[in-house]
Design a protein around this ligand. Structure first.
Ligand code: KMH
Ligand code: ZN
Length: 444
């Protein structure tokens, strides 16, 4: 995470900076107590609440705390925080403390020798919730920037069954509009040229998608990872719409890692990129991602500055994604896409999805998750994701039909239908700005 951009918020953010003194050192070797960082986060939270509500509010709970590096007396600490979600009285926040300067502390170096850390060293990360009772809110609380300002109409009987905390979660809809495998013989609406792809991206954005999962094709439809082709497509999309663009590093079966990762060489770097977390049977082929290759791709994504989305096709891939996060190979928070129903890999079953979500939640890692499902499973599994509080991906890459025997006229109709369903369920759709906040992307 390269502060401060990576963590920027569209709701409220602030930073405080101060030097740790010998009064703060609690342990041997002038080591500062981790609780000191939490005290700084408390001050940051208070400032955020004053800015947002005109009241100091109260800290209710942390849901995650990670101590990542030691802090010593003499270190300059920058404590950053942002409000990422606003409820009626609750304000969900994320925090990061970074060491920006400190003493050299090497044998032989003078005691006063000091250095700048470039990039700064992240020492603590946390997330938590504060509350401001309604009668103490002196400013009108602004909801995160979401589409459709009016509260959703609950027209579907099921919607009444969705718990309020699920309804409160903005839904990120990803449109996978091209893919590497689908042909025009299967669906004549698959876009190939930069203009066709950009036009479809615009239609999907208008239908409510905020992320485009992107593959590239040559004019005659062959799958390509060629950097200049991605540049042309991304420029064409950017000329039309503000969607988050997530490039594939999976490419097509049989491509080398070098070939697959070419879009990461673009500058400015893509905002997001997929990270495939394991090998699977992929229909009659094998989609190979060895552990060494996964780490290679993760490093390339990290170094490009793109935010990874971990593609999980099997239960073990989730363990791998969690391991990669723990190895600090991914810029947090952790984004997981459960891809269900690939022939030869994990089936598209509710029980499997619920198990994986439970495992992810039990990891204690700050995360978000979404569902992509293949063919006839796309609709039921993405709708299940909506009901479970996850995000969802639809589009021709995964499914060419709108209904049984009815070819979808592009990906936009699939997006439109999912957004309608989300509305019935009482979940609002995140626009690209809100999606960027939720995904921890730099603002464009
Ligand atoms: N075409 C598949 C073999 C991704 O985009 O990262 C890989 C794929 C995954 O589509
Ligand atoms: Zn893909």
């Amino acid at each position: 995470m390269t502060p401060p951009n990576k963590f920027q918020t569209s709701i409220e953010s602030c930073t405080i900076r101060l030097r740790m003194s010998s009064h703060d050192a609690h342990y041997a070797g002038e080591l500062v107590d981790g609780a000191r960082m939490l005290a700084l986060f408390g001050d940051v939270a208070t400032e955020l609440l004053i800015r947002h509500d005109g009241d100091e509010g109260l800290f209710r709970a942390y849901d995650s705390i990670e101590f990542l590096a030691p802090v010593f007396a003499g270190d300059y600490i920058e404590a950053y925080g942002e409000i990422v979600e606003v409820g009626r009285t609750s304000r969900k926040m994320r925090f990061e403390a970074r060491k920006v300067m400190g003493n050299v502390r090497k044998p032989g170096a003078p005691a006063s020798a000091s250095e700048l850390y470039d990039p700064p060293i992240v020492v603590t990360r946390a997330s938590g919730t504060c509350v401001v009772p309604l009668d103490l809110q002196r400013k009108r609380a602004e909801a995160p920037r979401l589409e459709g300002g009016a509260p959703p109409r609950l027209t579907h009987t099921e919607s009444k069954a969705l718990p309020p905390h699920v309804q409160a979660k903005p839904l990120i809809v990803t449109a996978a509009i091209v893919g590497a495998e689908v042909t025009r013989a299967q669906n004549p609406h698959v876009p190939f040229t930069p203009d066709e792809i950009a036009e479809e991206a615009r239609r999907c954005r208008e239908a409510g998608a905020s992320v485009i999962h992107l593959h590239a094709r040559t004019d005659d439809g062959r799958s390509t990872q060629e950097k200049e082709r991605y540049r042309a497509i991304i420029e064409a999309i950017r000329a039309r719409t503000d969607v988050v663009i997530q490039v594939t590093t999976g490419g097509a079966v049989g491509m080398s890692i070098e070939e697959r990762c070419q879009p990461l060489l673009l500058r400015p770097a893509p905002e997001m990129a997929t990270l495939n977390c394991g090998t699977i049977n992929f229909g009659d082929d094998v989609f190979v991602n060895t552990r060494k290759e996964i780490r290679d791709v993760a490093t390339r994504i990290f170094e490009s500055g793109a935010v990874p989305e971990c593609e999980v096709y099997e239960v073990g891939h989730l363990d791998e994604a969690i391991t990669l996060h723990k190895e600090h190979r991914l810029s947090p928070p952790l984004h997981v896409q459960f891809v269900l129903g690939v022939p030869g890999a994990m089936g598209a079953r509710e029980s499997t999805l619920r198990f994986m979500v439970q495992e992810l939640e039990a990891s204690g890692i700050e995360h978000s998750w979404g569902v992509a499902a293949v063919g006839r499973f796309q609709r039921p599994l993405t709708e299940l994701a909506v009901r479970m509080g996850g995000h969802a991906r639809v589009g021709l890459e995964d499914n060419i039909y709108l209904d049984k025997g009815v070819i979808a006229q592009g990906s936009a109709p699939l997006v439109e239908r999912l957004v309608r369903y989300a509305d019935q369920m009482g979940r609002r759709v995140a626009d690209p700005a809100a999606a960027r906040t939720l995904l921890g992307l730099s603002s464009r």
